[in-house]
Ligand binder design. Structure first.
Ligand SMILES: O=C(O)c1ccccc1NCC(=O)[C@H](O)[C@H](O)COP(=O)(O)O
Length: 371
């Protein structure tokens, strides 16, 4: 199927987001609901009642319990006092935490995107997507240790610049040589100093490890763009995306041949995600993206009991993410049930990030060592 076909068909992937402006009587600030276009469309059409989208919108915390709000459509209102201009900020138009700020900036970025039809050529020119999930399984079977997704990460909001001499292709090559099964490449420029050019350069340099586009996805357009730049997988963050958007994006990923790593941080998000069919990879982030707090026992907490059993029954591969620095940390999350780990800081900060892999796992896990 033509990769952009979904865009031209009845289920257009273009703007997934539905922003409902509500007028606050006091300061006339427009706020938005996190209710998605996919959801609004389902509400309006699947029930066959033709209800206007506005009627289908829900309160901010009403859609799948998501606390991250979408960006106000108008921004703070401008007030003039003499020659001066003031923007009145309030709870409704100021991001409440870093994740919300990243998402709002990402939505503003989306407005500058190229139309989807312009991605048709780059999509056709991109090398075929590689099997991200298969690579993780193969590495786990080969080493008996969690498969490594090594992150090409220059900076982060919580830690600032992690590596000054940042050569993404060299870093990717040394990760691959030293046993990474897959790579995660940050593409967000503002908060992580990442780039889609890094993703494309790593792909074009002949690195065989499948590539995860580590981005804050808020719009289906980003999936097509990521694929056109060589991504084999994308990140979908449950704290940001309602279930219907996740389902919709999973379908588009399937059309494009990409895997989706669906990320959760708490029990509620895990339960939501376990209720969605067709998910192969779930990431448990040990970092709270609203507060930056990292606690690796989060992985164990979310895999205990029934949830762990459901995951095993469904054959889902769990990826332990963030805050992994030592072989003891790797054993801890492996014993909790993960079959893969996503690691950034502890490798990228070392003089030779590739060689640091053996230190992280307590042994050489490179393919050569097994030969
Ligand atoms: O890393 C951050 O500071 C951060 C802040 C806000 C949103 C996301 C953030 N990081 C994304 C990640 O989850 C990590 O890059 C990834 O799991 C690797 O974590 P680490 O090994 O701790 O660098």
């Amino acid at each position: 199927m033509d990769a952009t076909a979904a865009a031209g068909s009845g289920r257009a992937p273009a703007p997934l987001r539905c922003a409902r402006a509500e007028t606050d009587s006091e300061d006339a600030v427009a706020t938005t609901s996190s209710h998605s276009a996919a959801e609004a469309e389902a509400d309006a059409t699947e029930e066959g009642n033709g209800a206007p989208v506005e009627d289908a919108a829900a309160d901010i915390e009403g859609v799948d319990g998501i606390r991250i709000r979408r960006r106000p459509v108008t921004g703070p209102p401008v007030h003039y006092v003499g020659p001066f201009q003031f923007r009145l900020e309030n709870e409704g138009n100021t991001p409440r935490n870093i994740l919300e700020k990243i998402v709002w900036d990402k939505e503003a970025e989306m407005k500058e995107k190229r139309p989807l039809y312009m991605l048709k050529g780059p999509l056709e020119a991109a090398p075929p997507a590689r099997d991200f999930v298969g690579a993780l399984k193969a590495a786990y079977d080969r080493t008996g240790l969690p498969a490594l997704i090594a992150e090409v990460k220059k900076a982060s909001p919580s830690r600032g610049v992690l590596r000054e001499d940042f050569e993404p292709v060299q870093i990717a090559q040394t990760y691959e040589k030293n046993g990474a099964a897959c790579l995660s490449v940050l593409t967000d420029a503002k908060y992580f100093q990442g780039s889609y050019d890094y993703l494309q350069a790593i792909c074009n340099a002949g690195v065989q490890c499948p590539l995860l586009c580590k981005e804050f996805i808020v719009d289906a357009w980003q999936l097509y763009y990521a694929r056109s730049k060589g991504a084999d997988a994308v990140l979908l963050i449950a704290a940001v995306l309602p279930d219907l958007d996740i389902k919709y994006m999973l379908k588009i990923c399937k059309i494009l041949g990409m895997a989706a790593l669906v990320e959760v941080h708490d029990e509620r998000e895990m339960d939501r995600v376990l209720g969605i069919d067709g998910i192969q990879l779930v990431g448990i982030n040990n970092r709270n993206l609203e507060t930056f707090q990292v606690d690796i026992s989060n992985t164990k907490k979310l895999l205990d009991g029934e949830r762990g059993q459901t995951i095993a029954q469904k054959g889902i591969i769990v990826v332990g993410e963030s805050g992994l620095f030592t072989p003891e940390h790797i054993s801890f999350v492996q014993n909790a049930g993960v079959k893969a780990v996503l690691v950034g800081e502890s490798l990228i900060k070392q003089e030779d990030p590739g060689k640091a892999i053996a230190g992280l796992f307590g042994k050489d896990i490179s393919p050569v060592s097994a030969a």
